[in-house]
Design a protein around this ligand. Structure first.
Ligand code: NAP
Length: 247
């Protein structure tokens, strides 16, 4: 693979200041892209941008769930860095609960961030990508969107929704040279999984054929491939990056 295959490109990554999002920002910066790090916390986004290799990265504060703020953020990124060539919809939250105790708020917040947030950014960048006849959109889904998970009806529904969004966007935009794919990570060592007890981690590891949790970089490498020129003929796909959990 060309080591600077995204040279001259602009990549926007949501939820980019930590976890999988930061690893994605790092991988895309190493590939030569100028990265717009978007996060709820503007200071965190700016610090993350400053920590990336290479020049020209910037941080932006934005709640992905708010359509107006998303439009304004894309406009700011395009004015500062140039048109967005690569969008990675990574921002995501959990509000786990068993179904009968799950509140409307817990359900709605997860759908608003994980699913509507990805729709908001995808819609905001698509017109420009279509006009320029090129672009790559990548949604960070989850294996639980493919399998379901007790205690995560809201989260699994949001991630299954992302699979439908990915395939629909891929079909709509393919003729304009815009690709849309998803990754479905298994369990990854980030703040999201740091809440798990030792016993839960051990049980999980037993259920993963490769016997270990993923590191954020494992997901970032798959994202880098899917948004880059080596995947130019791949669209509408969901790539599980999960140590063999879903086959
Ligand atoms: P994380 O460490 O909790 O990081 C999530 C990032 O998203 C944080 O930077 C957070 O900002 C940001 N964010 C949350 N809500 C936002 C909003 N409304 N607008 C903008 N940014 C927002 O999570 P992670 O583990 O890296 O997960 C990243 C993605 O991978 C998520 O979509 C998650 O569902 C998915 N995933 C994770 C795993 C796993 O095992 N970790 C497995 C499968 C899929 P703040 O720092 O300001 O809160």
């Amino acid at each position: 693979m060309n080591v600077r295959e995204l040279e001259g490109k602009v990549a926007l990554v949501t939820g980019g200041s930590r976890g999988i999002g930061f690893a994605v920002c790092h991988a895309l910066a190493e590939a030569g892209a100028r990265v717009a790090v978007v996060d709820l916390d503007g200071d965190g986004a700016a610090q993350a941008a400053a920590a990336l290799p290479g020049e020209g990265h910037r941080g932006y504060a934005c709640d992905v769930a708010g359509a107006e703020g998303v439009q304004a953020t894309v406009a700011a990124v395009e004015s500062d860095l140039g048109p967005v060539d690569v969008l990675v919809n990574n921002a995501g939250i959990t509000r786990d609960n068993i179904l009968v105790r799950m509140t409307d708020k817990e359900f709605d917040e997860v759908i608003a961030t994980n699913l509507k947030g990805s729709f908001n950014f995808t819609r905001a960048v698509s017109r420009g990508m279509m006009k320029r006849r090129g672009g790559a959109i990548l949604n960070v889904a989850s294996v639980v969107g493919l399998t379901g998970n007790a205690g995560q009806a809201n989260y699994a529904a949001s991630k299954a929704g992302l699979v439908g969004l990915t395939k629909s966007v891929a079909k709509e935009l393919a003729s304009r040279g815009v690709r849309c794919n998803a990754v479905a990570p298994g369990f990854v060592r980030t703040a999201m999984t740091a809440k798990l007890t030792e016993a839960q981690v051990e049980a999980l590891q037993g259920a993963i054929p490769m016997g270990a949790l993923a590191e954020p970089e494992d997901i970032a490498d798959a994202v880098r491939f899917l948004v880059g020129p080596a995947a130019r003929y791949i669209t509408g796909q969901v790539l599980a990056v999960d140590g063999g959990m879903v086959m």
